[in-house]
Design a protein around this ligand. Structure first.
Ligand code: PLP
Length: 390
């Protein structure tokens, strides 16, 4: 692949080498294992003395193609693809920490990542401290002698708070911490954490990267040094992505730039429009001037993303009425789809948090999260108006 090509060109042209048939589109390698021409070749491949594919839990041409394209987009050296986003998040932490280690994390993480830090990692003696995403001055005080890793996510779900990636990168450098970023909400089209010193980036490709709600998948992308550790962990613990899902997502990356442009344009239009609706008390969207971190958004993101969240004056009842009135928008917990999706976080994705925990991450009872799809904006507006009019 030509390193001078723009990212969107690389996402389209970064295909695997052609097979003997000269196919124009990438073939799908639905095979669990691979064969060798001789015992010696097999031995050399196992010893790592020659490049070769052994077994699809380790690697597979369809999966490798996806990883190559994703690395080109994120600007990272190496990667591993997993069966889900959470498999990637778990592997990112499990591979890099040991008993007695401590993690500093920004609050307002994806629900299952929060569960991992609070309910599972402590079983293995790994502790954490949460810091507020927008209180940079408190971060250094949370670092302990046994802190090895800083993990964050920006924009956050569903409050769309931002974390200053440049400041986080500097903190990690100053304290010799591994810097891990979940870049699922922004995608590499909008924000590239590696430019701010991230050692490891995780993705749920289930969301915008696939963008059509058809597959579950995750990606781990990072420096060669960190990925060597993560890949060894993944090869032996088995979270590998299926070749079929990799082939599907690889195809989706060819349109990622176009889709994100359209998602972001519609999301900005709808966020602006929602701000003018009487029953909406607050709209959260990074590229709105009313967003408290608007300046930061403009510095580290090239667009505001495809998610908008907003608060209704009527609380939970009004939010549920809006969801029930929708005829075009879908009631679902997923996001990053061609179809616009409405979620009521307080009663679904974040219902396992205590009311205090929800308040701490800014999830009020009247908050609605909207993943803006690719339908015409006027049709989405008409659908929302039906529910807002009550
Ligand atoms: C969805 C999501 C995940 C988990 O991904 P799955 O593919 O559902 O396992 C992790 N982080 C963020 C920010 C997400 O939105």
């Amino acid at each position: 692949m030509n390193k001078n090509w723009q990212p969107q060109t690389r996402a389209i042209r970064g295909q695997m080498d052609k097979t003997q048939y000269g196919e124009h589109s990438a073939p799908l390698f639905l095979t669990s294992s691979f064969t060798f021409n001789s015992a010696e070749e097999m031995a050399a491949t196992f010893a790592g003395e020659r490049e070769g594919i052994i077994y699809s839990r380790y690697n597979n041409p369809s999966v490798d193609e996806l990883i190559g394209k994703a690395c080109a987009l994120e600007g990272t050296e190496a990667g591993f693809a997993t069966a889900s986003g959470m498999a990637a998040v778990f592997a990112s932490l499990a591979a890099l920490v040991k008993q007695g280690d401590h993690i500093v994390a920004t609050r307002a993480l994806f629900g299952s990542t929060h569960q991992l830090l609070t309910n599972f990692l402590p079983k293995w003696g790994v502790t954490h401290t949460y810091v507020e995403p927008d209180q940079l001055e408190t971060w250094a005080a949370a670092v302990q002698d046994n802190t090895v890793l800083f993990c964050t996510e920006t924009p956050s779900n569903p409050g769309l708070k931002l974390v200053d990636l440049e400041a986080a990168g500097k903190l990690c450098k100053a304290h010799d911490l591994l810097f891990v970023v979940d870049n699922c909400f922004a995608t590499p089209v909008i924000q590239r954490p590696a430019e701010f010193g991230a050692d490891l980036i995780t993705h749920s490709v289930t969301k915008w990267m696939d963008g059509q709600g058809r597959v579950l998948g995750g990606l781990l992308l990072g420096t060669q040094e960190v990925m060597d550790r993560v890949t060894a962990f993944c090869r032996h613990t088995g979270p590998a992505m299926s070749p079929f899902n990799a082939w599907t997502v690889s195809k989706s990356l060819e349109t990622l730039h176009l889709r994100m442009d359209a998602h972001c344009r519609s999301a900005f239009a709808l966020a602006t429009w929602l701000e003018a609706q009487a029953s909406v008390t607050k709209v959260h969207y990074p590229f709105l001037e009313s967003h408290p971190q608007h300046g930061l958004a403009k510095r580290q993101m090239s667009a505001g993303g495809g998610l908008v969240s907003f608060e209704l004056a009527g609380g939970a009842a009004a939010a549920q009425r809006l969801l029930n009135a929708a005829e075009l928008c879908t009631r679902s917990s997923n996001l990053g789809d061609t179809r616009t999706i409405l979620t009521h976080p307080a009663t679904t994705t974040h219902s396992k948090l205590s009311p205090e925990e929800r308040a701490a991450v800014g999830i009020s009872d009247g908050l609605v999260r909207m993943s803006v799809g690719l339908e015409a904006v006027v049709d989405i507006q008409e659908d929302l108006l039906r529910g807002l009019a009550h």
